[in-house]
Design a protein around this ligand. Sequence first.
Ligand code: SF4
Length: 64
Amino acid sequence: MQISPRVGLCAACQHVKVIQSAKGSFFLLCERAKTDPRFSKYPVLPVLHCPGFEPQPEEPRPQQ
Ligand code: SF4
């Protein structure tokens, strides 16, 4: 699922997980919160600064 860039850094972070509620709402869960108390399980958006941000790995490009 494509995350809107309006949520800030989480949109491009490898530690984010998209959760859908039973009512169809979407939430962003920070997986770092499982092991590090500095992070909130459900970060307040938009996240503009985060010491845990790590970009998602780029998808491999097709070889020519
Ligand atoms: S580490 Fe920071 S940027 Fe990454 S998902 Fe958690 S709160 Fe968002």
